[in-house]
Design a binder for this molecule. Structure first.
Ligand code: FAD
Length: 336
């Protein structure tokens, strides 16, 4: 671990100014990957620093900035929450549980209760992948600017089954699966001001830029996460399969959001987590549900469609059947 300067930002404005100001020369000498880095709960950042993946000159702590931990719901504008809202905060929100069931389920099944108390949603969307080669200092893989993907030739049982050509490591956020299914957006704030990015454009596939997982700039901070309002006809469900029930990331997770007119589905969104370098919408499967009465037979048809085009690696073909089964199950849970 390198030496770094630690500063607690009293306000968002101060945090942005700190990111824009110069880091002392003595500290920069070892800051290989980034001059500044922001910290929220620290549950991933501290690992990244210990693993030598981030060697910051300055750590800017956001955790005491007032107002960034607020959550609100309104029938007209939907759900809004600041980046310091914790996973436990989402899980405990009655509005989330009532209106955004899939998001509630994703929060309730992430990590452990202790981690959920510390882990913020800004940090959750910005956490780095858990591929063991990426996290190992002995492997300079493509994600770290190297030329080899060790996962493609080595142990890949937890890796992706879609778009695996460049880097098959999967996006680690299981909350993002549900947030994308609800068509969420994030607000980013940086020295140039604010911008709102739909989650469908926020995550970057490894084919586009292997060393980065999203479009946030190095001086931008997530300052808000927004979901559109839901109505009485919205049904949703989510299921996460991990190797262990607790203390683990997902091997496969699926979120389904349906708009219903009685028993007929008028609109559908199906998203896979831990299947690819980004949370992945399965549009061809969604199309099968739209305009039809959802039966078990139709759910199976959509589930089979959802895994079409998968290109599993040597050790993870089991995931194809797993995603197919989970998709059918989650569709049926949503309409139940
Ligand atoms: C054993 C274990 C199991 C886990 N299981 C799951 C799981 O099942 N599902 C899941 O989704 N996650 C899981 N996680 C990951 C956990 O949810 C994340 O580590 C956590 O959400 C990160 O939030 P944090 O506040 O601690 O972020 P930090 O560690 O403080 O930051 C993480 C990254 O985000 C950046 N960052 C933080 N806040 C912001 C912001 N507002 N704007 C821009 N950048 C920011 C930091 O610079 C850093 O790069 C697990 C973690 C562990 C250790």
């Amino acid at each position: 671990m390198n030496r770094f300067e630690y500063v607690q930002a009293p306000s968002l404005k101060d945090a942005i100014n700190m990111m824009n100001s110069t880091v002392p020369e003595a500290l920069l000498q070892k800051a290989a990957s980034s001059a500044h880095v922001v910290k929220a709960g620290g549950t991933d950042l501290l690992d990244l620093i210990k693993e030598g993946l981030v060697e910051p000159g300055r750590v800017i702590d956001l955790s005491k900035i007032p107002g960034l931990d607020k959550l609100s719901y309104d029938n007209k504008t939907g759900l809004q929450f600041g980046p310091l809202v914790t996973i436990a905060g989402l899980e405990e929100s009655a509005e989330v549980k009532k209106n955004y069931r899939a998001l509630y389920e994703s929060a309730a099944h992430a990590a452990t209760p202790q981690l959920r108390n510390m882990a913020t949603m800004g940090g959750n969307l910005m956490q780095r992948p858990r591929c063991w080669y990426f996290r190992s200092s002995a492997h300079k893989c493509r994600k770290k600017g190297g030329y080899t993907c060790y996962a493609q030739i080595g142990q890949n049982q937890f890796h992706g089954i879609f778009d695996t050509n460049i880097c098959p490591c999967v996006h680690p956020s299981s909350l993002a699966t549900a947030l994308l299914a609800f068509d969420g957006k994030v607000e980013l704030t940086g020295p140039e001001g604010k911008r709102v990015v739909p989650l469908s454009e926020f995550f970057t596939p490894s084919e586009d830029k292997v060393t980065q997982e999203n479009v946030a700039g190095s001086k931008e901070i997530i300052t808000n996460i927004m979901l559109p309002p839901v109505d009485a006809n919205t049904r949703s469900a989510y299921f996460k399969m991990g190797q262990r029930e607790s203390y683990d990331w997902s091997i496969a997770d699926v979120a389904v959001v349906l708009k219903m007119d009685g028993k007929k589905c008028t609109d559908a969104r199906i998203v896979f987590g831990a299947a690819s370098s980004v949370p992945l919408r399965r549009e061809a499967a969604e199309a099968i549900l739209k305009g039809k009465v959802v039966t078990e037979k139709l759910a199976l048809e959509a589930a089979m469609k959802s895994v079409e085009g998968a290109t599993p690696l040597k050790h993870n073909a089991y995931k194809v059947k797993l995603f197919e089964n989970l998709t059918k199950r989650v569709i049926m849970q949503a309409v139940a």
